[in-house]
Ligand binder design. Structure first.
Ligand code: SF4
Length: 472
């Protein structure tokens, strides 16, 4: 409902636990912020792999009856918000197939940039696809592999894909985790007694009482079985491109991502924002929840009081249906409500993590002014989003990104804000100092580190040409 970029997915895997599926269920609860359209779990008992998946939140998809058949000491789980492939049940994960190498279930976070090319070639060779998801390509490569063992077939298929992927794979007797050589999306390893866990964020480890061990390294394939854990490196070394937007918005602030506390990074972004874009004002107000950490940093560095001038209703699901055409203007109000006693007569610095289309930000500014604020100064804790993401994040087309098509002053006017400023790219990178060259910032720069599919590139070039022609 709010105008945000969407993370594609969250993944979870566990091996060596008597209640593996229940642990995966809890882990997915902690990762729910990474995808709310579908959820699923596959479990392996040493002989078979069983899976259950459906559309909706984790709490809607699973009850005791759904979890009961998922027996065994290993499980993988997935929450999804679709990017490649439409949002429908066939595309929900884990995807489970049975082939010459035996049963295999797979969960994927990211976007395989060569999936279209591989798919066309596989279809030409006779493969029949059941989904529109790029993830299915890996399973077809696996099924066609002539490798001697299931493990070798997994490694062989994973090493043919490019782009962004953090994968967890389950066979009847092993858990495999793989991360692309650039390390676009996060994937961590944890330990709970004898059990090994791999998951998108450390907040899932915290919930089940597991300890963080390390990250699955970029380019690493980790195979966990009764024989122990083995690390394989099938990819040539590549430059790192961690998604910086994980720190800005996607990840939970209580997670450690790419070795850094998300809360620490987000708070530093707020401090830096205050240093770069300070303004005469009375209070600092976050757009909850995502703007909270940056607003606290901004308040700390500016000396202005931090106030919760907007309250978020946490009980609005994705399935909220606007009751009638005539009362459609409910919009943002259903999710956010201003606190008049805080805002009345005040000059407000409003902190948010991003502006995508600008539609929601405009409504929020209007709402704060209607609650009596004297001035609203919008401050954004990252640079303007000017380019789409091809690495697993759902971004609107470039033409729909307000910062790609409008000047700062045009955006300010559209928002009806008294002033507007973004954090600089240099300021953003200063929050991950020491690792700044290890990050992808393509959605702020339009420069892409990993080649994306020809059709997408052609589309982007055409869009750029049309836009520059329109500007004259
Ligand atoms: S383009 Fe942006 S959202 Fe996509 S991976 Fe790079 S930093 Fe993340």
């Amino acid at each position: 409902m709010l105008d945000k970029l969407r993370e594609e997915c969250g993944v979870f895997g566990i091996f060596g636990h008597p209640e593996a599926a229940n642990m995966a269920y809890l882990g997915l609860y902690a990762l729910q912020h990474r995808g709310q359209e579908s959820a699923g779990i596959a479990a392996a008992d040493g002989v078979h792999v069983h899976a259950w998946r459906n559309m909706g939140y984790v709490a809607d998809v699973f009850d005791e009856a759904a979890l009961a058949p998922l027996s065994g000491r290993a499980a993988i789980g997935h929450v999804r918000y679709s990017t490649a492939g439409e949002s429908r049940l066939q595309n929900a994960q884990p995807i489970l197939i049975d082939c010459v190498h035996g049963q295999i279930a797979l969960c994927h976070n990211g976007n395989l940039v060569n999936a279209g090319e591989l798919r066309s070639s596989l279809v030409a060779q006779g493969s029949i696809f059941q989904t529109t998801s790029d993830t299915e390509v890996v399973l077809h490569l696996y099924a066609r592999s002539r490798a001697a063992t299931a493990e070798e077939a997994i490694v062989e298929s994973v090493s043919q894909v490019t782009g962004a992927f953090s994968l967890v794979v389950l066979t009847k007797d092993r858990l495999v985790a793989a991360r692309d050589p650039h390390g676009f999306r996060p994937l961590v390893v944890g330990r709970l007694g004898e059990a090994t866990i791999v998951c998108s964020e450390t907040c899932a480890l915290d919930l089940i009482g597991a300890t963080y061990v390390r990250d699955v390294e970029p380019g690493e394939v980790l195979v966990v079985s009764a024989a122990g854990t083995r690390s394989i490196r099938p990819f040539p070394p590549a430059r790192l491109h961690h998604c910086i937007f994980e720190h800005v918005y996607f990840a939970r602030p209580d997670s450690v991502v790419f070795g850094l506390s998300v809360d620490d990074v987000r708070t530093s972004l707020g401090r830096q924002l205050a240093r770069e874009t300070g303004v005469e004002a009375d209070i600092v107000v976050p757009v909850p929840d995502s703007g909270v950490c940056a607003a606290m940093g901004y308040a700390e560095a500016s000396g202005l009081p931090f106030k919760m001038g907007l309250i978020r209703n946490h009980y609005v699901g994705r399935t909220f249906i606007q009751p009638q055409q005539s009362i459609r203007h409910f919009g943002v109000k259903v999710k956010l409500n201003p606190v008049r006693s805080i805002l009345q007569g005040r000059r407000v610095v409003l902190i948010d993590d991003s502006i995508v289309r600008g539609t929601t930000s405009r409504k929020i500014v209007k709402m704060i002014k209607a609650a009596g604020a004297r001035e609203v100064h919008v401050r954004i804790s990252c640079p303007p989003t000017i380019s789409p993401c091809f690495y697993g994040v759902d971004t609107p087309r470039r033409s729909e990104l307000i910062a790609a098509t409008h000047t700062l002053e045009e955006i300010r006017k559209y928002l009806q804000a008294d002033s507007l400023a973004y954090l600089s790219l240099e300021g953003l990178l200063s929050a991950v100092d020491g690792q700044r060259t290890a990050y992808c910032t393509s959605c702020y720069t339009g420069r892409y580190p990993v080649e994306f599919p020809r059709d997408a590139e052609q589309y982007l070039q055409l869009a750029l040409k049309l836009e520059s022609a329109a500007r004259g």
